[in-house]
Design a protein around this ligand. Structure first.
Ligand code: IPE
Ligand code: IPE
Ligand code: MG
Length: 252
């Protein structure tokens, strides 16, 4: 049985990303509103955060709301934003007890002000915690993240131009490097994900961690997100432990 999966202590993925999909279908199958699916999905997210923390995973990125999810009805969007706000407020004691640090990936610019405020507070209040780091990908898009990184780079060049009072084109051309782009991403200190999980039987990235996920191992689960449990997480990690990662090299 899944719950009896005993995990080897290594290799444990340092960073897991989860595309938490299937909330809407879960609700529809039960003749409930999609919003009920999101409510159940939030409960699952809490369980999986605790499980990841207990397993001593270092980083967990949860895909909460994509840059494309604004296409949904205003009612659904409002409901999801409300849930996020409620979650951030209500869970502070839980983060404290478990030494969990909250972080954000995505564009705060496009989010409602009150959500940004709650996010900033949660990030600030948990900044010193040394346990699991939970990165909430909220108004997050992989392409958007790369565009914003390049924008940051350009801004820093403009600052140099201002200080040196020399137009950029008169300077030695700046070399564009992978490391340079990486250093301008939202959370450059966080290692690339080792394992990316997608639930609900969909087999696509939907714009999640495009840059960082270049060499992630993918694990797909048929189970809808609200039905996911700690046992499913253990099965996914066990599958990861069977993979041989070569990063483009050849078999040793
Ligand atoms: C994932 O579940 C949650 C978000 C994208 C916010 P969905 O709402 O996409 O559920 P399905 O895919 O419609 O079942
Ligand atoms: C991806 O799921 C986004 C999140 C889980 C937050 P979607 O349900 O939005 O993706 P598509 O539309 O099926 O690709
Ligand atoms: Mg979906």
């Amino acid at each position: 049985m899944a719950s009896s999966v005993v995990l080897a202590s290594s290799p444990l993925p340092r960073h897991i990303g989860i595309i938490m999909d299937g909330n809407g279908r879960w609700a529809q199958r039960k003749n409930q509103l999609r919003t009920q699916g999101h409510l159940e999905g939030l409960k699952t997210a809490k369980k999986i955060v605790k499980a990841a923390s207990d397993l001593h995973i270092q980083f967990l990125t949860l895909y909460v709301f994509s840059t494309e999810n604004w296409k949904r009805t205003a009612e659904e969007v409002r409901f999801i934003m409300g849930l996020v706000k409620q979650y951030l407020k209500a869970e502070l004691d839980f983060y404290r007890e478990n030494r969990i640090r909250i972080r954000h990936a995505g564009d705060p610019g496009g989010l409602p002000r009150d959500i940004v405020r709650e996010l900033e507070e949660a990030c600030e209040d948990t900044r010193s915690f040394e346990g699991l780091q939970v990165i909430l990908a909220l108004n997050y898009g992989g392409r958007d993240a790369i565009v914003r990184a390049v924008g940051r780079w350009l801004d820093s060049l403009k600052k140099i131009e201002k200080i040196e009072k020399k137009p950029l084109e008169k300077r030695v051309p700046v070399k564009i490097t992978e490391e340079g782009i990486r250093s301008c991403l939202d959370n450059p200190d966080i290692p690339d994900p080792d394992l990316i999980i997608r639930t609900a039987g969909e087999y696509r990235t939907s714009n999640f961690l495009l840059w960082e996920g270049a060499y992630a191992e993918y694990y797909f689960s048929e189970t809808l997100w609200p039905d996911w449990t700690e046992a499913d997480l253990r099965v996914a990690i066990a599958a990861y432990q069977q993979r041989e990662r070569r990063f483009g090299g050849s078999k040793p």
